[in-house]
Design a binder for this molecule. Structure first.
Ligand SMILES: [Zn+2]
Length: 92
């Protein structure tokens, strides 16, 4: 996934989380309140947004692509496979 796609995806996910606060969604929420699987998905989404935000923050600070733990450069292949990777393969 390229970074531009990530950004687009973040916006879509955040839209999804922000907007559906209408009547339809409330009904759905009640219907699905007991659905633990859905709660799990929501958590995964939120975690993903958090990761993407941290990634954007690292880009802003110019530390993107560097392992914050060991200071080594994260390999390009790894970043291409997983753009939100914050650790090199050895530290992951
Ligand atoms: Zn490392």
């Amino acid at each position: 996934m390229r970074l531009a796609d990530l950004l687009e995806r973040t916006e879509m996910i955040e839209d999804d989380l922000r907007h559906p606060l209408d009547a339809d969604w409330s009904e759905q929420a009640v219907d699905l309140a007991d659905d633990e699987a859905l709660e799990g998905v929501d958590e995964v989404l939120r975690a993903e947004i958090q990761h993407i935000r941290l990634t954007l923050l690292r880009i802003e600070k110019g530390t993107y692509g560097t392992d914050a733990k060991c200071g080594k450069e994260i390999r390009r292949e790894r970043l291409e496979a997983r753009p939100i990777a914050a650790r090199c393969i050895e530290c992951a």
